[in-house]
Structure formats: structure tokens, C-alpha cells
Design a binder for this molecule. Structure first.
Ligand SMILES: NCc1[nH]cc(CCC(=O)O)c1CC(=O)O
Length: 308
């Protein structure tokens, strides 16, 4: 027992890649450690046909993994930070944030090289309200159609001719070996990424000192400060993952700059704010950006969305 660790994960190819990645990092540190991967099905995986914004609920992709840890069936859960809710159940916490992959959204198409090249009225697949909002703002002429499923399924739907282009997180494509499918990395001014996009987080029981000590070296300091700023903004806005909120922090030495965005799904209103400060104040910077957005009326936009 003391020389083993059990990882709870979803069973999608991307989730399994992330669990294997954590396994490899742990094995490199502790060659004798026994690592077991426990695949679980979450509610989010079962509801792949309904738009996520409708089935709603925070933590759709993490709850079963958390229950597994609380029941003592697993020691850690590996998540895409993008899918991790602001709050954790009692007894669990986010212990480690690992180094970030490319955090931007990717334009994927078999015909066109970029968003700018799409002809008028072209059909773009995405079910993310954040992507819809920014796409509609940039290109009101486009037809935006729902697109759900794991990364492989989404690519297959594009290849079947259902869309002229689709938007996916670059990180998922790169990790699964589909980097060559990225025609263009969308600049953050055109599609501000989701909070935590591209980062992997590890959750564990708060009282499990042995496991926390084991995984501590996997933390990446830069990614941690950036994602803490993004998540502090989200917490203040009280936003789940299913509202058009974007947040992205960058570091320039010790200076952290966070850009935030809240909008309507149809792109008719978009609020933007930005703040900078020392990285040691990452969370305060997140709160400042959130307050600036709230000062512009973000509250009304978000409560209208949650109410439907
Ligand atoms: N919402 C599902 C999800 N969760 C994490 C990623 C991509 C990888 C990441 O952001 O770490 C994706 C797919 C996507 O948005 O294209």
C-alpha cells in the first residue's frame, strides 16, 4: 500500500493520456512505485448527446472521481483544469497544477486555413458557449452548430463533412497526436481561452500526507500562479464552466497579466477587463479583473444565462 498509488480518471482518450502522463512522471521519480489507473464513467460522459449548457451542473466530469477518492477506492484524480469546479467537496482539494500545454483554441478544417478564410455563411462546429460568443462577435455571418463528444469523435464529425471547420482546444489535439490537424492557433484577442485550459490538475484527500508528498514535485510554479489567477476570477464571478466566460493569464518575469471576458452566447454583448501585478498576488489580480467585469454589468449577463 505505502508503495502504490491509485489514479482515478475518466476513460476518454484524452483523460487516459493525462493519467498515463502522470503515471510516467511518477515512475520517473519513483521507479519502484506501483501505479494503478482506475477508469470511471462520469455523468458528463453519459450525456454526450445533449448540449452541456443544457444538462448543466458544475462538476459533471469530476463528481464520480471525487466519490471514488472519498470512498478510498482511489488516491488521486487527474483532471483537465478546465473541467474542475471552483469548489471541492469536503475532505478533498487540488494539490498540484502541472505544466501547461498550449492554452489556445485551435482552428481545424480540411478546407480552410483560418477563421479569416472561411467564406460567408460557413458552418462551424462548437458547443462551447465561450467559443460561440467570440465567434459570433468576430464573424456574425457564420452558422454555428453544436459539436459534442471526445476529441476523436469531433474530428470524425468534421471529416464526415458535417462542418466546414471546428474549434477545439489545441492542448487536447497535441496530447493525442493530432497536432498536424491544427490549421491555425486562434489568438487570444479572437478567442480568449477557458479558465485553466491546457493545464492538468491533481486532486487528492486533504488528510493524505503520503500522497501529497509523492505528487508535490509534479507541480509547475508558473502554471500554478497563472491558473490560480484565472480561477480566482471565476470564483468571484460565480461562473460555472457552461457560461461564456474566458480568462487567461500570462507571466512576464514576475509580472502576471490576466485578461477576462464575459459575454452573451450570441456575441451581442462582450465585456473585457485586464489587470496586472506581481505574481505573488495572483488571486487578488483575478478578483480585480472579476470586479472590473462586474462593474461593467457582468452580473446581469450571467444571471440571465443561469436562469434559463
Ligand atoms: N471540455 C472538454 C475538454 N476538457 C479539456 C479539453 C482540452 C484540453 C485542455 O484544455 O486541457 C477539452 C476538449 C476541448 O475543449 O477541445
Amino acid at each position: 500500500m505505502s508503495n502504490s498509488i491509485r489514479i482515478a480518471t475518466r476513460k476518454s482518450p484524452l483523460a487516459l493520456w493525462q493519467a498515463e502522463h502522470v503515471t510516467a512522471r511518477l515512475k520517473a521519480l519513483y521507479p519502484d512505485l506501483i501505479v494503478e489507473i482506475i477508469g470511471m464513467t462520469t455523468k458528463g460522459d453519459q450525456l454526450l448527446d445533449s448540449p452541456l449548457s443544457k444538462v448543466g451542473g458544475k462538476g459533471l466530469f469530476v463528481k464520480e472521481l471525487e466519490q471514488g477518492m472519498l470512498a478510498g477506492e482511489a488516491d488521486i484524480a487527474v483532471h483537465s483544469m478546465k473541467d474542475v469546479p471552483v469548489e471541492f467537496p469536503e475532505g478533498l482539494h487540488l494539490a498540484v497544477i502541472m505544466e501547461r500545454e498550449n492554452p489556445y483554441d485551435a482552428f481545424v478544417s480540411n478546407t480552410y486555413a483560418s477563421l479569416a478564410e472561411l467564406p460567408e455563411g460557413a458552418c462551424v462546429g462548437t458547443s462551447s458557449l465561450r467559443r460561440q460568443c467570440q465567434l459570433a462577435d468576430r464573424r456574425p455571418d457564420l452558422r454555428i452548430e453544436p459539436l459534442r463528444g471526445n476529441v476523436n469523435t469531433r474530428l470524425a464529425k468534421l471529416d464526415a463533412g458535417e462542418y466546414d471547420a471546428i474549434i477545439l482546444a489545441a492542448a487536447g489535439l497535441i496530447r493525442l497526436g493530432f497536432e498536424s490537424r491544427i490549421r491555425d492557433c486562434i489568438a487570444p484577442v479572437d478567442s480568449l481561452p477557458a479558465i485553466g485550459q491546457g493545464a492538468i490538475g491533481i486532486e487528492c484527500r486533504i488528510d493524505d500526507a503520503r500522497v501529497q508528498q509523492l505528487i508535490a514535485p509534479l507541480a509547475d510554479r508558473d502554471t500554478t500562479d497563472r491558473v490560480l489567477a484565472e480561477r480566482a476570477m471565476n470564483a468571484r464571478l460565480n461562473g460555472g464552466c457552461q457560461v461564456p466566460i474566458g480568462g487567461h493569464a500570462v507571466l512576464d518575469g514576475e509580472l502576471l497579466t490576466l485578461k477576462g471576458l464575459v459575454g452573451t452566447t450570441d456575441g451581442s454583448r462582450i465585456l473585457r477587463a485586464e489587470a496586472s501585478g506581481p505574481r505573488t498576488e495572483a488571486e487578488a489580480i483575478g478578483v480585480r479583473v472579476a470586479d472590473a467585469l462586474l462593474g461593467q454589468g457582468a452580473d446581469a449577463i450571467l444571471s440571465a444565462l443561469m436562469g434559463h
